[in-house]
Design a protein around this ligand. Structure first.
Ligand code: NAD
Length: 268
């Protein structure tokens, strides 16, 4: 990791923003700037203090361009509209971005892909080491088990989460589809209600649970006749995502433009 990199944290008052600040502090990566959307009560506060650390004069502001000299890589865990506005600012400023926000529309994803021709971006629906290992296991399992096994993905998250299925569940679905040699969107079933008919062969089903303070649970089931394989990941702390995002930021500084994944970061 390049420890001279200074990160800017967008969404600094949020759950993940605060975890990213803690993770950067533990990894001795400088937090040079912190941002929030206008109107949030924490604008004007010290971002490190808000994250439970000693104050260090990094005041949360709303203007990326005004603080451009203070950071090299922007780490974003906000909402899609916040990401896209920040992306346009980073394009104008020539700054790299780590994107952890989830719930993008296909048009927003296309916008990110186009931007990555000009700036380096790491985008991941999940930054944890364990989930990224699961992606590899799932590709292997889907290729080995084949069409005789039905695939269902169940995820649970806290009651504040606003998108479904989770970005992680979608990544897991894409890994299964890759392993099976197919395209997720042509086989995904996101909703079932009423008289659904029998399960279409080869489909990949998603189920969503929302409630309490669940940080993030995902299980991928391969359901065969007479046996079942399950691959489960349970996150008990946001710090594992934050540590991955900080690692990605350190890896990204100075790279050439491109859209990178956590797999690229982990194999380096
Ligand atoms: P949160 O609601 O606690 O925090 C989001 C923060 O972003 C808030 O402080 C909010 O004020 C700020 N924000 C919202 N709109 C903004 C804008 N337009 N500009 C600037 N800031 C804005 O949410 P959270 O739990 O921290 O999650 C944030 C995002 O990260 C979600 O999309 C979530 O799904 C995703 N997430 C990803 C991973 C991963 O590993 N990729 C892990 C956990 C959460």
């Amino acid at each position: 990791m390049n420890t001279t990199t200074r990160i800017g944290v967008l969404g600094a008052a949020g759950r993940m923003g605060r975890a990213v600040i803690q993770a950067a502090n533990a990894a001795q990566l400088a937090v040079g700037a912190a941002f929030e959307r206008a109107g949030v009560g924490d604008v004007g506060r010290d971002a490190l203090e808000l994250a439970g650390l000693d104050a260090r004069g990094v005041i949360i502001t709303t203007d990326l361009a005004a603080a451009a000299d203070a950071f090299d890589v922007l780490v974003d865990f906000t909402r899609p509209e916040g990401t896209i506005a920040a992306l346009d600012a980073c394009l104008a400023l020539g700054k790299a971005m780590v994107i952890g926000t989830t719930g993008f529309t296909p048009e927003q994803v296309a916008h990110i892909e186009t931007a990555a021709r000009r700036i380096p971006i790491v985008k991941a629906g999940n930054f944890s080491l364990g989930v990224n290992l699961c992606l590899q296991l799932l590709e292997t399992a889907a290729a080995a088990l084949g069409e005789a096994f039905d695939v269902e993905i169940v995820e649970a998250h806290h009651k504040h989460k606003v998108d479904a299925p989770s970005g992680t569940a979608l990544m897991l679905g894409e890994a299964v589809a890759r392993g099976a040699g197919k395209v997720l969107e042509q086989h995904a079933i996101y909703e079932r209600y009423g008289h659904t008919g029998a399960r279409p062969k080869g489909s990949i089903g998603f189920s969503t649970i929302r409630g309490g303070d669940v940080v993030g649970d995902h299980t991928v089931m391969f359901l065969g006749d007479g046996e079942r394989v399950e691959i489960t990941h349970k996150a008990s702390s946001r710090l594992n995502f934050a540590n991955g995002a900080v690692r990605a930021a350190g890896w990204l500084a100075g790279r050439k433009p491109g859209l990178y994944s956590m797999r690229d970061v982990l194999k380096a």
